[in-house]
Design a protein around this ligand. Structure first.
Ligand code: SF4
Ligand code: SF4
Ligand code: FES
Length: 325
């Protein structure tokens, strides 16, 4: 039986204005606007394809699969890092309550032309973590078979869904300020193999991943923008848990471990985060005195020295932390 369409499902046609931030070597950066009619099926890659084929063959952008698999159409749409093929034009019109859609290349990467960026930096981050499985010799020689258990598969599946689009790296604040940080996508890929019981490079992967994992600021931007729900920040947390297995740790990793321990102790003892004490335990006396002078110069010493009272039912918290019965 044929079902009748609800009024909201009727084919709605809307004229949109697409404002593209363009760039080429000869002209530099400039904005260009295009108008076209879209309906509820029109993906943003289709918008760009129609502009290029019907209005302006000079517009440069990347897209291939049109189904959120190849990772090539990453860009900024109304300032949001998104896959163009996974974004319907009318969804943007409704969300921002305007028929104007602003299209820009991804942040962080160098723009080559219009919406195309140089992904070299992204790929070099990915290759640093050796992004493939290195199985045992017997498996390679076809003398043995090693299968994943359903539990292992469950742990790895989410993190294996990365399509190398670069959106997480383009919006990560830590990669911009810290050259030693590998970035969210490389961590997702690195952990996917670190946690794979069939892989043979565990020690080597620890050396590559642990120091970098402590350089993430936990802002969750990568979690928010990933079009495949990979949750790179979750892989960074999980990687940090392997720090204890690394024999020679960097100063950054050691400080990170101290910080986690200090927070744990503070909550166990008082039920609260005693900022000053946590800072002192993490960074030691000399650094703390130096930073205290900084807070004095900026009139913030009283904030650093707030003394927290223990919560009343501290036993309950300790019980939750598995400390006491
Ligand atoms: S949570 Fe970490 S990896 Fe993710 S965007 Fe923020 S700093 Fe980058
Ligand atoms: S983790 Fe997500 S956002 Fe980052 S490159 Fe992979 S698919 Fe893209
Ligand atoms: S075109 Fe392949 S992910 Fe968008």
């Amino acid at each position: 039986m044929q079902q009748s369409m609800k009024p909201s499902e009727k084919l709605e046609q809307v004229e949109i204005k697409v404002k593209v931030r363009r760039f080429n070597q000869e002209r530099g950066q400039y904005w260009q606007e295009y108008k076209l009619v879209v309906d509820r099926f029109t993906q943003m890659t289709e918008v760009l394809r129609r502009i290029k084929s019907e209005q302006d063959p000079t517009l440069a952008y990347r897209a291939s699969c049109h189904m959120a698999v190849c990772g090539s159409c990453a860009m900024k749409l109304n300032n949001e890092p998104r896959l163009a093929c996974k974004t319907l034009a009318l969804d943007l019109v409704r969300k921002y309550n305007t028929n104007e859609i602003v299209v820009e290349p991804m942040d962080f990467f160098k723009v080559e032309k219009d919406l195309i960026v140089d992904m070299e930096d992204f790929y070099s981050r990915m290759y640093k973590v050796k992004p493939r499985l290195y199985p045992a010799k017997e498996v390679v020689e076809n003398k043995a078979e090693q299968r994943l258990t359903p539990e292992d598969q469950k742990e790895l599946w989410k993190f294996a869904q990365c399509i190398w689009c670069g959106l997480c790296v383009s919006s990560c604040p830590a990669v911009r300020i810290d050259k030693e940080f590998l970035g969210p996508a490389a961590h997702a890929k690195g952990y996917r193999f670190l946690a794979d019981p069939r892989d043979t490079l565990y020690e080597e992967r620890l050396k590559v991943l642990i120091d970098s994992s402590w350089r993430c600021t936990y802002c969750y931007q990568c979690f928010n923008v990933c079009p495949r729900d990979v949750e790179p920040v979750t892989t960074i947390k999980k990687t940090r848990a392997h720090t204890k297995f690394l024999k020679q740790k960097s100063e950054v990793a050691e400080t990170g471990e101290k910080h986690v321990k200090a927070i744990f102790e503070s909550i166990r003892n008082t039920g609260k985060l005693e900022e000053a004490k946590v800072y002192l335990t993490t960074y030691g006396l000399v650094t703390s005195i130096r930073d205290m002078l900084y807070t004095m110069r900026n009139g913030k010493t009283q904030l650093a020295l707030i003394k927290e009272k223990k919560v009343n039912e501290i036993g309950q918290i300790q019980k939750l932390m598995g400390e006491k019965e």
